[in-house]
Design a protein around this ligand. Structure first.
Ligand SMILES: [Zn+2]
Length: 118
């Protein structure tokens, strides 16, 4: 929760100070997902050039680990686009059907919440 507040604070400060700081989730390449994830990171799990899944802590602050499959044969599966600034974009959106029911897009490491859920 504190990390989320910090993120909001950073966005506010960015708006008023007018200095664009990279606040997006930074990509971390790992072979195994660590036991404790950092809220500010998007984990790309794989070996070498192969990517199996991406993982992150739920941005709502509920503490759940979200894992998105990136294997070609997986359904559903997500596409990860990596950017020069160390962030990434996920396609399609992430939608938890259980628990907090978070629904958001991750674009350039930034969480963009979706509106109403049906
Ligand atoms: Zn959540």
């Amino acid at each position: 929760m504190m990390n989320w507040l910090r993120w909001v604070w950073q966005k506010l400060r960015e708006r008023f100070v007018g200095r664009p700081e990279p606040v997006g989730l930074q990509v971390a390449r790992v072979e195994d997902l660590p036991d404790v994830l950092e809220q500010s990171r998007l984990y790309l799990v794989g070996e070498g050039e192969y990517l199996w899944s991406v993982a992150m802590l739920c941005p709502c602050g509920c503490g759940e680990t979200l894992q998105m499959n990136t294997l070609p044969e997986a359904r559903p599966r997500w596409e990860v686009e990596q950017h020069q600034d160390g962030t990434a974009t996920l396609h399609p959106s992430v939608w938890r059907k259980v628990g907090c029911r978070s629904h958001f897009f991750l674009r350039r490491g930034l969480v963009q919440w979706c509106g109403d859920e049906d």
